[in-house]
Design a protein around this ligand. Structure first.
Ligand code: BDP
Length: 693
């Protein structure tokens, strides 16, 4: 079956009178020399417009005959129509930015003697492409002509997808089939899905993609050799046509494993030379290669620690190898001791990234970016924001989000994550006083860093719907939109996505938007309570298992006993983690009086009878939220059923199947978690809903 077009359906809007506008949109004019990105923009424009207008779209040699006129800023300034454009706006246009300017131009064929013309001017070629997708989105959403004018620039320089794809075709934490890039040790350079994927990404402004898993195994270690580079270069060609640069995850021990050297010590001259030569080879195949993504000294991956070197020494050596070619190193901060002991209440995994990297602040090259997960632990449904944001001030930083739903229902449960991400980017670190948000740090703006951005771990595979759960496409879409502009609202993004994906039937739009917006809180309420995290089955991380990780070495403990639950991370009596935040957060989290309920058990160990700000005891909150959560999961299913016959059969049924499964599994979560806490605490449910043996 052909892959789902996702949000690139270009369903003609039913609202508004667009006849006059659409009549004019059947001819486009591209000014200036045809750069490959302009060729892409033109093809997208023609395809999108013909689907929207239902007519053949031609190319007009004379701009006066065209409804859409497309150019880069440089070409626009030389064009005969230059004086029609707002000069000040044009002068401001920078990299990847665009201007949409709408006006009436003389037209003899029109009864009014004039017809609308839309100018799409990019600060560069990529800007043209983003402008074209912005226009097509606006038209599909039924935006009136007057509302189409826009002038935008991406907030984040890097807007990236991280694939955890392996050479054998499996995808680590993938819930949507197999890799679209690799199969049985081969590169699928001819897979048409790659081009389709590049389109989807470019349409929401993504400009970088790392093709392979951060856990680099034997085969992927050889990706940086001439055995694989020719085929990887062909993938890079496909992405290049959509303004997307390709990165590779590399194995820090490559000099040993493929170079045959006795060491990978970053300070050894032979090692540095080996990486320089490797970089040169890569750039011969991929001239705009983005650089390396590195997971080092983390979860058994090799790194500089083996040689008594630190992360700055490791990252800088790689950065120096890439610098002559304009490449960068993205170095992950997911570094912690994964062999720690739950009896040692002073060792705290949450502290680890900050403790490792803050002492190195200011020591990284300008072409190194530290990639930091949103939370201090690992992509739980609820975590505080990593204190590394705000802790580092002299280092390039990038936010890492997980689009793939490892801990949030694995694309079998509905969990629209954009509201969570929005809280993260809006979080005020107070690093430079009020207004020092994560968004401003990641973009590089707050500390005037040359590099920065947002990376998301991809949720895509070779599934016909790309993401397994059809509604999980909203997370991919939303990630791109939020990376482009962190100030967009999660609800607005949701509604946009629904309209583009399902059309503009008002009942469909309000129902699905409402389902998406409720889904994170629903998922949270029937899984691990009050920020405590985990309580999942070990290994695959699906389904409830309250003590699943409690006595293993991963550092993910909740310390539940018969009296209470939660991790004491205070300075006064706990691990001291709260001290990694700037005021007021360090004090807000430290004190039981001010710590927000939803993070209570992340920061404090409290008795079950402790009263939340909501007025409920912890134990009663656990019972209530789990009963409610399971009911609301059932409600999600009913909401969807109310849309029967308003949505095509195939998508209706695949989604219904997942929502049915979710409602079942939510009951399992409810029963396992509630029974666990009832047995630990011996405190009955106030409403007598639990079976008390
Ligand atoms: C965890 C995943 C693991 C990844 C690791 C990482 O469980 O599969 O390798 O993160 O980010 O969330 O490196």
């Amino acid at each position: 079956a052909a892959a789902d077009p996702c949000w690139l359906r270009f369903i003609p809007p039913s609202r508004g009178d667009l006849t006059r506008l659409f009549a004019r949109l059947t001819a486009v004019h591209v000014a200036g020399p045809l750069h490959p990105l302009l060729a892409t923009a033109r093809a997208e424009l023609r395809q999108g417009l013909s689907s929207l207008t239902g007519r053949t779209v031609t190319e007009a040699a004379d701009w006066r005959a065209a409804g859409v006129i497309v150019a880069t800023r440089a070409a626009a300034l030389r064009a005969p129509w230059a004086t029609l454009l707002p000069a000040a706006r044009l002068a401001e246009l920078g990299r990847e930015g665009f201007l949409l300017h709408v006006m009436e131009t003389p037209d003899d064929r029109s009864p009014q003697g004039a017809a609308p013309a839309i100018f799409v001017v990019g600060g560069d070629e990529a800007g043209v492409l983003y402008g074209v997708f912005h226009l097509l989105r606006g038209l599909t959403l039924g935006t009136p002509l007057s509302g189409l004018a826009a002038c935008e620039h991406p907030v984040n320089p890097l807007r990236m997808l991280n694939h955890w794809d392996n050479a054998d075709g499996s995808v680590e934490r993938g819930y949507a089939g197999r890799s679209i890039f690799f199969r049985e040790g081969r590169v699928l350079a001819d897979n048409p899905r790659i081009r389709a994927y590049a389109r989807l990404l470019a349409s929401v402004g993504i400009n970088a993609v790392a093709l392979n898993n951060v856990n680099v195994h034997a085969t992927e270690t050889r990706f940086i050799t001439e055995e694989y580079l020719p085929d990887l270069a062909r993938i890079a060609d496909v992405f290049r046509a959509y303004g997307i640069r390709v990165f590779l995850s590399v194995n820090f021990a490559s000099p040993i494993e493929v170079g045959g050297l006795p060491t990978a010590d970053p300070l050894h001259p032979d090692v540095a030379r080996w990486w320089r030569e490797t970089a040169r080879t890569i750039y011969q195949y991929i001239p705009d290669f983005g650089g390396f993504l590195v997971k080092a000294d983390s979860e058994f991956r090799p790194g500089p620690f083996t040689y008594g070197r630190d992360h700055a020494q490791g990252a800088n050596m790689l950065a120096d190898a890439l610098a002559p070619f304009g490449g960068i190193v993205i170095w992950r901060c997911f570094v912690y001791n994964c062999l720690q002991d739950w009896r040692d209440r002073k060792t705290d995994r949450a502290r680890a990234a900050y403790d490792h990297f803050v002492p190195l602040d200011g020591m990284f090259r300008d072409n190194v970016i530290l990639q930091i997960k949103n939370g201090p632990m690992d992509f739980q449904v609820r975590e505080p924001v990593s204190p590394l944001f705000g802790g580092l001030t002299r280092t390039n930083q990038m936010l890492e989000l997980q689009i793939t739903q490892e801990y949030t229902g694995q694309q079998r449960h509905l969990c629209y994550l954009v509201p969570q991400w929005q809280e993260v980017v809006a979080f005020d670190t107070y690093a430079r006083g009020p207004g020092s948000t994560v968004a401003r740090i990641a973009s590089g703006e707050l500390f005037r860093r040359p590099q920065g951005g947002v990376a998301g771990v991809s949720n895509v595979g070779d599934d016909v719907f790309w993401t397994g759960h059809v509604l999980a496409q909203a997370n991919l879409y939303g990630f791109g939109r939020l990376a482009w502009n962190p100030e967009l609202s999660a609800a607005a993004i949701a509604e946009e996505w629904v309209r583009l994906t399902f059309g503009d039937d008002p009942l469909v739009v309000t129902t699905i938007t409402e389902m998406l917006m409720a889904s994170w809180s629903i998922y949270e309420s029937y899984t691990a309570p009050l920020g405590v995290g985990w309580m999942v089955n070990p290994g695959h991380h699906y389904g409830p298992n309250p003590d699943g990780y409690e006595y293993s070495k991963w550092g993910t403990y909740h310390y539940a006993d018969h009296q209470g639950v939660g991790v004491d991370r205070t300075r006064r009596t706990g691990t001291g983690y709260t001290g990694q935040y700037h005021p007021p957060h360090c004090d807000v989290y430290e004190s039981l009086a001010t710590c927000p309920d939803e993070l209570l058990l992340f920061f404090h160990h409290v008795p079950y009878t402790h009263r939340l700000h909501s007025g409920k005891t912890v134990i009663q909150h656990i019972y209530d939220s789990h009963f409610e959560g399971a009911e609301r999961a059932e409600w999600l299913k009913q909401r969807w059923e109310s849309l029967a016959r308003r949505i095509d059969d195939v998508r209706y049924h695949v989604v219904l199947e997942r929502l049915t499964e979710q409602a079942e599994h939510a009951k399992e979560w409810r029963d396992v978690i509630n029974t666990y806490f009832y047995r630990k605490s011996g405190i009955p449910d106030e409403h007598g809903r639990l079976i008390h043996p």
